[in-house]
Design a protein. Structure first.
Lengths: 430, 271
C-alpha cells in the first residue's frame, strides 16, 4: 500500500504534470531531528535527517494537484552502539528509513463545491493533542503521540465532496466522504521503546502474539462519512457521522495450557458527534463530542468471546483559549464514559484527561516558548512537554525541548517513564 | 420674480450658505469630525491587493513575507481574508475577519493553520496584540480606529512633506481601553486634500514614546487615493516593518463566498 501511494504520487508528478500544468511549485523542508533518552537506558533515540516535499500544480483554472511526501534516514539505528546490539532487526528496520506519500490528490473547485480525489488527510474536530472527532485518518504511532498529527496521520485514498449552499443568509457546508482505503493505526513494533505495554498476565503464562487480520482495501471495508458545518449567529457548528474501523485493535485472548495466544482484532463502529466554538471577549470556547456506537473494548476474559466486548462510549471535550498580553492559555478537559460497563472491562467506566498549553512569543515572534501538558485523571499519569523555537531567518528555525512522562508503569503515560528525552530540531524550509 | 421674492431668495441663500459655513467651520475644528472624514473617505466597495512585508530588527536581520488580501464592504461593516504566500514556513496561513463597525460587537476572526490543518476561531478582543510579528497591531491594520474608543482633539495644522495636514490627537477613553489597545495617546497627521492619515505617533500605556507610522507613497488608483507604501517603527525595540502594496483592484465585485472558512482551508493559488 505504501509503495502504491508513493507510485501514484510519482506518476502524477513526473508523467503528465508538466505536459499540461499551467504552473507547478515545490515547497518543503530539510530537517534534522535529534533526541536523546535521559531516563531509563540513556542513549541516542534518533538522529533523523528528513526531507519533506510538497509538490503542487495548477492543471486548469479549477483543477489542482496537491501532494506531500516525507522521507528520512535515522542514523541512530546504526551509530548508537546500544541500538545496534539491543534492538531487533525488525525494530531497526522500522525506525531506520521512512519513505511515504502523506497526500497526493486532485482538487476540483466548482462554484459551489470542492471535490478531492486521492490520498488525503481529513481533519475533524476542535480539540488539540487528543483525538475524539479527528478519527478519519489513522495514526502512525512510532513515537506514541509525540509526532505532530500532520506527520503521524496516515493519508488515505478517498473521495471527498464538500458542497456549499446558502440557507437563510448563512453558508452551510455538507461534506461527503468515501474511503475504500481502510487502514488501521501503525503501532510501534513490539519490543521498541514506544510500544504499548501488553496486558498483565498471571505468573507463569507466556504471551504469544498472533498475526492480525487488518482492514484493507476492499469494497466490504469501505469507510463512509458525512459532516455538516455552518456559522450561525457567531457559533461555528458541526455535526458528524462516520462509519469506519476503530484504528487500534482490541486484544482477543485465548489461554491454552501455559500460553496466552493474543490476536489483535479490528472492529467497525459508527461515530456520531458534533462540535462548536465561539469567542467571548478574550475567551474562545470550543468543544466536541463523539459517540462511538458498538466500540470494541478490551476485557479481562481469557477466551475469544470474553476478552473483547462491544459497547457504546461517550467521548466529550471542552477547551478554552484565553489570549491576553501576548500570552495564550489553553486548558482542555476530556471525558470518556462507557455505557454498559461491567467489572470485566479493562477500562474504567469513566476516564479522561486534562491538558494545558501556555504559549507566548518574544522578539516579534522570532522566539516562541511554550509548555504543554496532559494529565490522565483516571490513572494519574502525565506528560509534560516544554519547548522553545527560534527563527534565525525566514527559512531557518531551531527547536529545543524536553518530553517528560510520569505515573505508574502500567498507566497510560507512565508506561513510558523510561522514555524521557531531550531533543533538538534544525529546519530549513523552501 | 418680483423684488420681494428676489430679496427673500437672497436672504434664504445667505442663511443656507452661512449655516454651511458654520457647519463646515465647526467640523474643521472638531477632531472627531476630521477623523469621521478619514473614516468616510472613499476606499472602494471591495479591494484585492498584494502586500509585501519587510520586518527589520535593530541588528539588521530581515524577514520578508508576501500576502494577498481581499476586502469587501457590507455597509459600515466589512469582511477581509488574507493569505500568506511566502515564505514557505508560513505559507497557507490565512486570516478571515468580519469587521463590525462600532464597539458594540467584537470582530469575528478565524485563523487557518496549515500545520494543524484546522481553522481556529480566535479572539479579537486583544486589539493591541501584534499581527504576525510585525509592528502593526490588529487595531493598526484597520482602515481607521474605532472612533468611539477615543477622545479626539484637533490641535492644529502642520505641513508634512509639503502637504497641509490636520493634527489630531486621540486618547483612549478609559484605562481599560488604554490597556487593551496598548496606547495612552496617538497623534495623527491627516492630509486635508484627501482625508488620509499619513503619519501617526504612538505613546505606550506609561506615556513613553512607542511607535511612528508613516505613509511613504500615495497614488490614485481607479480614482481612489491609495497608500502603496508605509512603515511602522517601534522606537523602544528598534524593530520596524515596511509594507508595500501592489496589484490593487478596486470594485471588482468580489463574491461573498470569498470570505469563508472554505476559502481559508483551500488557500490561495494564483490562477
Amino acid at each position: 500500500m505504501i509503495h502504491k501511494s508513493v507510485f501514484s504520487l510519482v506518476t502524477v508528478l513526473l508523467f503528465p504534470l508538466q505536459a499540461f500544468a499551467l504552473e507547478w511549485s515545490m515547497h518543503g523542508s530539510v530537517k534534522n531531528e535529534t533526541s536523546y533518552f535521559i531516563s531509563g537506558e540513556k542513549r541516542l533515540d534518533k538522529l533523523q535527517n528528513r526531507l519533506d516535499l510538497k509538490p503542487e500544480a495548477m492543471l486548469t483554472d479549477r483543477l489542482e494537484f496537491r501532494g506531500r511526501a516525507l522521507l528520512w534516514y535515522d542514523a541512530a539505528m546504526d551509530i548508537e552502539a546500544n541500538n545496534v546490539t539491543d534492538l531487533t532487526p525488525a525494530i531497526k528496520k522500522h525506525y531506520r528509513t521512512y519513505i511515504k506519500s502523506k497526500e497526493a490528490y486532485l482538487l476540483y473547485g466548482g462554484d459551489a463545491f470542492d471535490l478531492r480525489l486521492g490520498q488525503q488527510q481529513i481533519v475533524w474536530g476542535k480539540t488539540d493533542g487528543l483525538r475524539m472527532l479527528d478519527i478519519v485518518n489513522p495514526l502512525d504511532m512510532r513515537e506514541f503521540l509525540l509526532d505532530d498529527f500532520l506527520d503521524s496521520r496516515i493519508g488515505l485514498v478517498a473521495a471527498r465532496l464538500n458542497y456549499y449552499t446558502y440557507l437563510n443568509d448563512h453558508e452551510h457546508e455538507f461534506e461527503f466522504i468515501v474511503i475504500p482505503d481502510a487502514r488501521p493505526a501503525e503501532l510501534a513494533p513490539t519490543g521498541s521503546r514506544w510500544a504499548y505495554a501488553l496486558p498483565t498476565l498471571p505468573t507463569g503464562i507466556t504471551p504469544v502474539i498472533l498475526k492480525s487480520e487488518e482492514p484493507n482495501w476492499s469494497a466490504g471495508n469501505t469507510e463512509y462519512g458525512v459532516a455538516w458545518r455552518a456559522n450561525l449567529d457567531g457559533w461555528d457548528l458541526s455535526l458528524n457521522w462516520f462509519y469506519g474501523w476503530k484504528d487500534t485493535p482490541n486484544l482477543q485472548k485465548k489461554l491454552s495450557g501455559a500460553t496466552m495466544f493474543i490476536t489483535p482484532v479490528y472492529s467497525r463502529m459508527h461515530t456520531v458527534g458534533g462540535s462548536f466554538s465561539n469567542a467571548f471577549g478574550a475567551f474562545v470556547v470550543r468543544a466536541e463530542m463523539a459517540v462511538n456506537i458498538d466500540e470494541g473494548l478490551d476485557a479481562n476474559g481469557i477466551t475469544a468471546a470474553s476478552s473483547v466486548a462491544h459497547h457504546t462510549t461517550l467521548n466529550a471535550a471542552v477547551g478554552v483559549d484565553y489570549t491576553a498580553n501576548n500570552w495564550t492559555v489553553s486548558p482542555q478537559f476530556f471525558v470518556r464514559h462507557l455505557t454498559g460497563w461491567d467489572a470485566n472491562i479493562s477500562e474504567d467506566r469513566t476516564s479522561g484527561f486534562v491538558s494545558l498549553l501556555l504559549a507566548t512569543d518574544y522578539l516579534n515572534e522570532k522566539l516562541k516558548p511554550e509548555v504543554s501538558g496532559l494529565y490522565n485523571w483516571a490513572d494519574r499519569s502525565w506528560m509534560v512537554r516544554p519547548k522553545a523555537s527560534y527563527e534565525f531567518s525566514d527559512h531557518i528555525k531551531v527547536i529545543v525541548g524536553i518530553d517528560l512522562f510520569g505515573g505508574q508503569s502500567s498507566s497510560f503515560f507512565g508506561q513510558f517513564n523510561d522514555n524521557d528525552r531531550v531533543y533538538g530540531e534544525l529546519e530549513y524550509t523552501f | 420674480m418680483n423684488m420681494g421674492q428676489f430679496a427673500l431668495l437672497v436672504f434664504t441663500l445667505s442663511i443656507l450658505i452661512g449655516m454651511g459655513s458654520v457647519l463646515s467651520y465647526s467640523e474643521e475644528l472638531s477632531g472627531l469630525g476630521v477623523m469621521q472624514q478619514v473614516d468616510d473617505r472613499d476606499d472602494g466597495d471591495d479591494l484585492i491587493q498584494k502586500i509585501h512585508q519587510k520586518l527589520l530588527d535593530k541588528r539588521g536581520s530581515v524577514r520578508e513575507r508576501d500576502m494577498i488580501s481581499f476586502r469587501k464592504d457590507y455597509g459600515k461593516d466589512s469582511k477581509s481574508i488574507s493569505y500568506f504566500l511566502e515564505p514557505a514556513n508560513i505559507r497557507d496561513t490565512a486570516l478571515l475577519t468580519y469587521d463590525y463597525d462600532g464597539v458594540a460587537k467584537d470582530d469575528d476572526q478565524w485563523l487557518y493553520l496549515p500545520a494543524l490543518k484546522k481553522v481556529r476561531r480566535i479572539s479579537s478582543s486583544d486589539r493591541g496584540d501584534y499581527f504576525m510579528g510585525t509592528d502593526f497591531t490588529f487595531e493598526d491594520i484597520k482602515q481607521t480606529p474605532e472612533l468611539e474608543d477615543y477622545y479626539w482633539t484637533l490641535t492644529g495644522s502642520k505641513s508634512i512633506e509639503g502637504h497641509d495636514c490636520w493634527v489630531v490627537e486621540g486618547e483612549p477613553k478609559t484605562d481599560a481601553l488604554k490597556k487593551n489597545l496598548g496606547y495612552s495617546k496617538t497623534r495623527g497627521y491627516i492630509r486635508k486634500d484627501i482625508n488620509m492619515n499619513i503619519r501617526t505617533d504612538y505613546w505606550d500605556r506609561k506615556g513613553q514614546e512607542l511607535k511612528h507610522f508613516k505613509i511613504i507613497e500615495v497614488k490614485q488608483i481607479d480614482g481612489i487615493w491609495t497608500a502603496t507604501s508605509m512603515m511602522m517603527e517601534n522606537v523602544q525595540t528598534g524593530h520596524h516593518t515596511e509594507m508595500t502594496f501592489t496589484d490593487q483592484k478596486y470594485n471588482s465585485g468580489l463574491s461573498d463566498r470569498t470570505f469563508s472558512e472554505r476559502m481559508l482551508k483551500r488557500g490561495y493559488r494564483a490562477k
